[in-house]
Design a binder for this molecule. Structure first.
Ligand code: 13P
Length: 252
């Protein structure tokens, strides 16, 4: 089975600081990764991280962007600003943003459009919650999240990433089983194919939710798992480096 070059992204959420930047950069910057690696720190650390990663292939991204372009929107940061300070990608629609900040597919769609115009690669996060999972609604939820966010947008595969993060697997220590991941990633791929046609082959579909150094290789071996979105384990630089190393082993 041929796989595309994986992408491993650290989502620090509301954690980290200059110490974590120094330790993380030290543990990965001099390794030769074939896999693409990205780090999404809190906004205030983006410029600093971009600076220390100059001349490195490690990408820097944000955990969110504003749905607005500019103007009287206190506390917001636009896609254009993120591009200007060196962001390569941004997370959009993380489940914590959907739950805590009431984001929905419509706001995610606007954000994807903003990101594309600015030239920042959107990583659109999708996933069902525990109740939806138990009711067998996973496909319905993902279908709506994908189609309402992406239908009709001017997309090519390389400018887009999808991250499947079942809400019940985030921060619980219980990743989705390989069987569930395989089934859901196949479904996501089929829907992307319906939306994008052959460009779907260029989209990296990441898995996120309790990814650890011990399960990374198993998850990455699954068909249509083209990378990982890592929360808690990315706050331990050694663990994150081992997850990146596991991605390096994926044969393309
Ligand atoms: P954990 O890896 O801590 O489960 O978090 C996953 C996540 O939300 C990454 O975006």
């Amino acid at each position: 089975m041929s796989k595309k070059s994986p992408l491993v992204v650290a989502n620090w959420k509301l954690n980290g600081g200059t110490d974590l930047i120094a330790a993380s950069v030290a543990s990965i910057r001099n390794q030769n990764f074939n896999a693409r690696i990205g780090i999404a720190p809190p906004y205030v650390y983006i410029s600093g991280l971009v600076n220390v990663l100059r001349n490195s292939s490690i990408m820097v991204g944000s955990q969110n962007i504003s749905k607005f372009e500019s103007g009287a929107f206190t506390g917001e940061t636009s896609a254009q600003m993120l591009k200007e300070v060196g962001c390569d990608f941004c997370l959009i629609g993380h489940s914590e943003r959907r739950q805590v900040f009431l984001e929905n597919n419509q706001s995610c769609r606007t954000k994807v459009e903003r990101a594309l115009v600015a030239g920042v690669m959107p990583i659109v996060c999708i996933g069902e919650n525990l109740q939806q999972y138990e009711l067998g609604l996973t496909r319905d939820i993902l279908y709506r999240q994908l189609h309402q966010t992406l239908d009709g947008l001017d997309l090519t595969g390389e400018t887009l990433c999808i991250a499947y993060e079942p809400v019940w697997a985030i921060g619980t220590g219980k990743a989705a089983s390989p069987e569930v991941v395989a089934e859901v990633h196949e479904f996501i791929y089929q829907e992307l194919d319906a939306i994008l046609g052959s460009a779907a082959n260029e989209v990296n579909i990441l898995y996120g939710g309790s990814v650890k150094k011990d399960n990374a290789a198993e998850l990455l071996a699954i068909n249509h798992v083209d990378g990982l979105l890592v929360g808690g384990a990315s706050l331990d630089p050694e663990h994150f480096a081992q997850i990146c190393a596991a991605a390096n082993q994926v044969e393309s």
